[in-house]
Design a binder for this molecule. Structure first.
Ligand code: SF4
Length: 234
């Protein structure tokens, strides 16, 4: 089974794509966008080792729990193109099996979609990367550019493109192409300490507006919580 280096997983994720989703963050990114909030995902040897099988197990559980989609982000998922391709192919099969069992396959609004975030622009997708994205219903593509803020939902900067790639992707994402975010764009997740005696810590999942990270850090600090990752600071 192909190994995958991941930064983490979370269910339910509600700020990167529609509905309640399984979030999987791949570890490792060479693109080094200025202002990246996820510098802890840059080192390819960081995070932890996982496998396609382990992640598919999480996806199966999420589907049983009513997940409306899978979001793969990073880090840079296309740096592990073979593993990404195998994971998405397996995720599509599991989705079809779950839909067959529920009899919901023909109704797009009830189907779970597969969404991938990549910093690579479409013209940088070589054959390996295209193969990896074969089962993605939609892709958010493009570098994060700190000087191009946006309120477009699920995008971090105005240059990033939301690209549907399947019929399900077109149905699910067409209403959101030009939609502005109206609700919270960041989800705060508080986790127990990872080591004995370690205090609980918070994680921020989603796409904060410019300047919002420092606000969240203060807001959590006022409640006696620290951020597990403060890696937007160089
Ligand atoms: S914003 Fe995304 S693509 Fe850019 S450096 Fe950070 S993780 Fe990599």
């Amino acid at each position: 089974m192909v190994r995958i280096r991941i930064g983490g997983t979370h269910f339910p994720l509600e700020t990167l794509g529609p509905g309640r989703r399984l979030g999987v963050w791949f570890q490792g990114c060479p693109l080094a966008c200025a202002g990246c909030m996820s510098r802890h995902t840059w080192a390819p040897e960081g995070g932890r080792e996982s496998s396609v099988g382990e992640l598919l197990g999480l996806w199966r559980e999420a589907l049983e729990d009513g997940a409306q989609g899978l979001t793969v982000s990073g880090g840079e998922p296309l740096e592990q193109a073979q593993a990404l391709g195998e994971f998405l192919a397996g995720a599509a099969l599991l989705r079809e099996a779950a839909e067959g069992a529920r009899g919901s396959g023909a109704r797009p609004e009830r189907r779970a979609d597969l969404l991938v975030y990549t910093g690579y622009e479409q013209d940088e997708w070589d054959p390996d990367r295209l193969r990896a994205l074969r089962h993605a219903d939609a892709v958010v593509a493009g570098r994060f550019r700190v000087a191009e803020p946006t309120t477009l939902v699920w995008r971090g900067s105005a240059n990033q493109r939301l690209l549907p790639r399947t019929e399900l992707g077109r149905v699910r994402y067409a209403p959101h192409q030009d939609r502005r975010a109206t609700g919270p764009t960041v989800q705060v997740v508080v986790e127990a300490g990872r080591n004995p005696g370690e205090a609980p810590a918070a994680q921020l999942l989603g796409i904060p507006a410019r300047g919002e990270l420092a606000f969240y850090e203060r807001w959590l600090g006022d409640r006696g919580l620290r951020l597990r990752e403060r890696s937007w600071r160089p």
